[in-house]
Design a protein around this ligand. Structure first.
Ligand code: FES
Length: 111
């Protein structure tokens, strides 16, 4: 039996304010991960799904970047308003949330 069925990696990388690439933490990614954790716990999913802090996922221009394994689905521009939809559709129903998927083919490829 697997320890966790899914991992939600949330980029919490921090860069200096004047860095040209910016960072997900300045957009509120730490708070976002806490909201994921809280909702997973409220729904009783926290023993099967873990919301992990990640370093830079190299999709900074799309941040806040969230990566869900094992499906390897990359989400960009995620806000707290998207948490419930990601949990309901992707985590529970196994249907990735198309509108939040990064369109750049370096991340999500058509298969
Ligand atoms: S700083 Fe978040 S993906 Fe690079």
């Amino acid at each position: 039996m697997k320890r966790f069925e899914k991992h939600i990696f949330v980029c919490e990388n921090v860069r200096p304010k004047d860095h040209p690439r910016g960072c997900c933490s300045e957009k509120g990614s730490r708070e976002l991960r806490q909201i994921f954790k809280k909702r997973l716990k409220e729904l009783g999913l926290n023993t099967q799904v873990r919301a992990n802090a990640a370093g830079c996922l190299d999709a900074c221009e799309y941040g806040i970047t969230v990566l869900v394994y094992p499906e390897q689905i990359w989400y960009g521009g995620v806000t707290e308003n998207d948490v419930d939809e990601i949990i309901q559709k992707h985590i529970i129903e196994n249907k990735p949330v198309e509108r939040l998927m990064i369109k750049d083919k370096r991340f999500n490829r058509d298969e």
